[in-house]
Design a protein around this ligand. Structure first.
Ligand code: ATP
Length: 372
């Protein structure tokens, strides 16, 4: 096992497209690090440079203590799992899993033992004689995992390995990958565009946008303390609500944000945690509210603190079983920045790109089962 280090790594394709810029990233020995970002942000390119499938234009990649920029892919001692699985259709499961070991000319008995062990771990022992076409999508995915495991590599590199599975199977396989990699303790770099996958799998998550790393942190820290608007909007589902507001300071020295005609007070502890906020007094800013931080005062029957109330009108209720999503309209202008527009487009919601002239914002509130 080994540490994987990217130091100032950049990629410019031969047609001049810049895919990755000055990427500094360390995957610690035994760590599961997820690289996440919208389509086209350069995550696959970064992974392929580590794998040796793409030339590195700038910087260095090290695996263990060795700089591998000039080391061919097959000598890097990493195992890749692709979205397509890349199984050999004419070989059965046993031969697909053992293929890399046969290339390395390992003794037959050792190959047999390693394949048997991997097949047991992955629940494939009964399918060793089958061809890929006789397997379900989930089983094929496990064969691809098996092929990576038997090589006992220094690191796993995985590129969207679950994206060809249906939603239910994806959740099952996600749990299996989490269990397996924890058990094996192998350094893993995992690429996905799915932020739920990133949050559930990663010891740490690295968020990329347009080839540039935005933040690397454990999932909860990313969620609670995003460093910028892009990370705030990308991590979380449903996404954080974003409004345009203005920070004001009254004679008593208390801070509040005005959103539309409404005023929300800024708690002293928020200001204490972020003293730089005081410098924004009198200026416009973007207010982010997580859906689960909105509560229905009438339903809960508790008197809300003054300054913590946002009057809103519900216009759509989505019952999800375990929770309820309520879409509400607030008389406050939406936040419209390049980041917000890009994020809205990335979730495939062209029509949800905020209208800069709108007087009302659509917010999503998320209520647990208790408040139904
Ligand atoms: P996705 O999730 O859609 O796979 P990604 O984040 O993995 O996206 P990359 O595939 O790394 O993104 O692509 C990053 C950028 O590099 C994109 O703008 C893409 O169009 C460009 N790109 C990728 N491969 C090539 C290539 N061979 N030649 C030129 N440009 C390329």
């Amino acid at each position: 096992m080994a540490e994987v280090v990217l130091d100032g790594v950049g990629k410019v394709y031969t047609d001049g497209t810049r895919a990755v810029t000055s990427l500094d990233l360390t995957v610690a020995d035994g760590e599961f690090l997820v690289l996440v970002g919208p389509s086209g942000c350069g995550k696959t390119t970064a992974l392929r440079m580590v794998a040796g499938l793409e030339e590195i234009s700038e910087g260095t990649v090290s695996i263990g203590d060795r700089v591998v920029n000039r080391v061919p892919s097959r000598d890097r001692d990493v195992a890749m799992v692709f979205q397509s699985y890349a199984l050999y259709p004419h070989l059965n499961v046993r031969d697909n899993i053992g293929f890399g070991l046969r290339l390395r000319k390992l003794p037959k008995t050792e190959i047999r033992e390693r394949v048997d062990r991997a097949a047991r771990t992955l629940g494939l022992a009964e399918h060793l004689g089958r061809k890929p076409r006789q397997l379900s999508g989930g089983q094929r995915q496990r064969v691809a995992m098996g092929r990576a495991i038997v090589r006992e590599p220094q690191a796993f590199l995985m590129d969207e390995p679950l994206s060809n599975l249906d939603a239910k199977l994806r959740v099952q396989m996600r749990a299996q990958i989490a269990r397996l990699t924890r058990e094996l303790g192998v350094t893993t770099l995992y690429v996905t565009h799915d932020q739920t996958e990133a949050m559930t799998l990663g010891d740490r998550v690295a968020v990329m946008k347009k080839g540039v790393l935005q933040q690397v942190a454990p999932p909860q820290e990313l969620y609670d303390h995003p460093v910028n608007l892009f990370v705030a909007g990308f991590i979380g589902s449903p996404a954080m609500n974003l409004l345009t507001g203005a920070l004001t300071r009254d004679e008593a020295g208390d801070f509040a944000v005005d959103v539309g005609s409404q005023r929300l007070s800024v708690p002293a502890e928020v200001l204490a945690a972020r003293p730089a906020l005081a410098g924004y007094a009198g200026r416009s800013l973007i207010v982010g509210i997580r859906p689960e931080d909105l509560h229905d005062a009438a339903l809960e029957g508790a008197e809300p603190a003054p300054g913590a109330v946002l009057r809103a009108e519900a216009d759509l209720v989505e019952a999800m079983g375990s929770e309820v999503l309520v879409h509400v309209s607030v008389d406050a202008p939406p936040a419209v920045t390049e980041d917000v527009q890009e994020l809205a487009r990335d979730v495939g919601a062209e029509e949800q790109v905020p209208d800069p002239d709108a007087a009302h914002s659509e917010l999503v509130a998320r209520f647990g089962p208790r408040t139904r």
